[in-house]
Design a protein around this ligand. Structure first.
Ligand code: FAQ
Length: 311
């Protein structure tokens, strides 16, 4: 006989309806969600660092205001996602420990350095662009709190993408040096942006089960293709090229053909050996430790209020 709880879950998933925190769910579904949502939250928080490094060196007050708003949004995204993850029975404290001990991952892209102000524009255009491609389908993910968090996040990511593109467009209308700076930045970020979608489908251990559960709605390769098709005309409008000799329109497929990123490099970065992995985690660990007194004071205050209330 089939388990009625499992059958109820399967029916909800089969109808494309949502699973909510108090509903019964298989352990594997819960584990996969904690893994993906935590990785996503950590990415937003670690993702503040590469661009945050330029806040004190923004070229004008206007650029500084835009960049500050953008980096603050990323903090907010991290917090919505940690909250969504907490509905699955893990605490934010536990998740933070797992990030700084290396037990949980964050996106490979944030282990690359930001070497010029053009990188702020390129991250907005390509990194937020890739994030939007990957995350718009996640608004329809099967777990309610995750999907609802994604709706708001995607709206903000659209602003991030526009501000990056507008920054690059402004630089492209400037001097030859500025144009060269944009092209150099795009050359460095193109391949790492393609890696954000994860390994190729036939090497993606989690995809089949995650798609069957409605956690992921599209495969890694499908979303990567969508991103390439979307980015090519934007690059043309901007006046930059992508560093891929195999990139060309394929009339038969109705899509662009493109080369493969260096998957060995991807594996190294994911394992912790990218250019900035050590620095990113050390920075996050220090911020967490420096904030210990705030957590202790808040806990002491809450305990005091509780004892006043019961007295
Ligand atoms: N980096 O079997 P799959 C942002 C891992 S956007 C590191 O295909 P899955 C916005 C994967 O975890 C970035 N690790 O895995 C922003 C798994 O390892 P595990 C965050 C990666 O989960 C912009 C293994 O490889 N976005 O933050 C990566 O089915 C600007 C095998 O892979 C999200 O997290 C990678 N690129 O598919 C912020 C979106 N790719 O855990 C600041 C939500 C794969 O088994 C500034 N996540 N791995 O040990 C997803 O859509 C999925 O988790 C994928 C991976 C598509 C990333």
């Amino acid at each position: 006989a089939t388990d009625p709880l499992q059958a109820g879950f399967d029916t909800t998933i089969g109808h494309g309806d949502r699973i909510e925190p108090r509903d019964w769910m298989p352990d594997g579904y819960r584990r996969t969600l904690v893994r993906q949502i935590a990785q996503h939250a950590h990415s937003e928080i670690i993702g503040m660092q590469p661009e945050g490094a330029w806040i004190g060196r923004a070229p004008s007050l206007r650029r500084k205001a835009i960049l500050l708003a953008k980096v603050q949004d990323e903090a907010g995204h991290g917090l919505y996602l940690y909250s969504a993850c907490e509905t699955l029975g893990v605490s934010r404290g536990e998740l933070t420990e797992k990030l700084i001990s290396g037990a949980q991952k964050y996106s490979s892209i944030f282990n690359y350095p930001t070497l010029s102000y053009a990188d702020v524009g390129t991250i907005g255009w390509l990194v937020d662009g890739a994030a939007i491609c990957n995350q718009v389908p996640l608004c329809r993910t099967s777990f309610g709190p995750y999907g609802r968090a994604m709706i708001r996040i995607c709206k903000e990511e659209s602003f991030h993408q526009r501000q990056g593109y507008e920054l690059l467009m402004t630089m492209m209308q400037g001097t030859d040096e500025q144009r060269a700076m944009v092209q150099e930045s795009v050359n460095r970020f193109w391949w790492p942006a393609l890696m954000m979608f994860g390994p190729p489908d036939d090497e993606s251990p989690n995809s089949a089960q995650s798609m069957a559960w409605g956690i992921k709605r599209n495969s890694n390769d499908d979303l990567r293709q969508r991103f390439v098709d979307m980015s090519v005309p934007q690059a043309a409008a901007l006046g930059v090229t992508f560093p891929d000799p195999e990139l060309r329109w394929n009339d038969e497929r109705g899509h662009h053909d493109f080369g493969q990123p260096d998957w060995d490099e991807f594996m190294q970065v994911v394992k912790g050996n990218g250019p900035c992995n050590t620095q990113r985690i050390a920075h996050r660990r220090k911020a967490h430790e420096d904030g210990a007194w705030v957590r202790e004071a808040a806990t002491a205050y809450a305990a005091k209020q509780a004892s006043v209330a019961t007295a």
